[in-house]
Ligand binder design. Sequence first.
Ligand SMILES: NC(=O)c1ccc[n+]([C@@H]2O[C@H](COP(=O)([O-])OP(=O)(O)OC[C@H]3O[C@@H](n4cnc5c(N)ncnc54)[C@H](OP(=O)(O)O)[C@@H]3O)[C@@H](O)[C@H]2O)c1
Length: 335
Amino acid sequence: MKAITLRQPAGLDQLQRVELADPGEPGPGEIRVRIHASSLNYHDLGVVVGRLPSADGRIPMSDGAGVVEAIGEGVDEFAVGDAVVSTFFPSWLDGGPTLSDFATVPGDGVDGYAREFVVRPAHWFTRAPRGYSHAQAATLTTAGLTAWRALVVDAQLKAGDTVAVLGTGGVSIFALQFAKRMGATVIGTSSSDEKLERLRTLGVDHTINYRRDADWSAKVLEFTNGRGVDVVVEVGGPDTLTHSIRACRTGGHIALIGTLTGVAGPVPTVDFMRRQQKLQGLIVGSRKHQRDMVRALEVTGIKPVIDRTFALDEIADAFAHQAAGKHFGKLCLAI
Ligand SMILES: NC(=O)c1ccc[n+]([C@@H]2O[C@H](COP(=O)([O-])OP(=O)(O)OC[C@H]3O[C@@H](n4cnc5c(N)ncnc54)[C@H](OP(=O)(O)O)[C@@H]3O)[C@@H](O)[C@H]2O)c1
């Protein structure tokens, strides 16, 4: 079968197209899936450029969507022909988080989905939403589920709340779609006026160019009559957290998700304490969260925003496109 592996030391030029042995038939409790699509995340970019260490020869890509080709003995959740999508933490089925690293994550600690076929335990996948293309389904494993968990599971968003989403990457666009569909007011930021225009066409209520208005939290306070937002989807990290704390209302919720500006930095602890906010770190979510999200996507009709789909052989170009920040929403791979 066709696959991509990553040689070490990692780098985009170390992504290699290879022929690997077919994984064969599924054993008890397993399914064989023809992978048709994956999607790019900032995390995958970290693996392929070597910011996140991985093993020599690792098959990259955490997200995988495709069709069940065969089922092993005892599998009753899936049937041959079902459209399925992979989970980020194959061993986190339900309940609260217990994992704090990427040792079990496909495309990082174990081989991922830049390949045509995989045989895995059935619980490594969930059903994909009805009516979704494989590329659309592939956007859910990481970006979709992170946005869902941040807003629905952790922040317990309700109609009438106001949400701030930072930038126009995969997680943020999903967050704005969920938030709008659930009756929230959304404030969106971007470094690009063109992307801000696209945010408005998706229903974002207020937009801020964070390059031009470096003090973007002040604008958020203007838009909310000084109150601040109920929830911030914080994907920036050290350079944006201070503003996120200022932009969030007293008693509000900050979903600490991203590292776009780095991995450590100063925190205005007194501001944070006085505002009595909740700062919730999170990594994606459980299989149960994914099943709940799939149901919600079917009922709401939300469809992922896909900027562009590249062929598997163009994987290095796809990552270069992502690294250049040219995308709006998700980038996908057709496999
Ligand atoms: N904790 C988790 O479970 C989890 C899950 C998924 C992702 N993440 C993290 O969340 C972050 C976003 O991931 P992603 O996959 O959505 O990335 P992505 O699709 O590559 O999005 C990157 C976008 O972020 C925006 N951005 C960059 N610097 C910014 C800044 N200083 N302020 C505001 N926005 C900024 C840019 O938007 P504009 O071009 O519009 O300016 C850029 O296009 C990454 O750090 C990733 O590692 C964490």
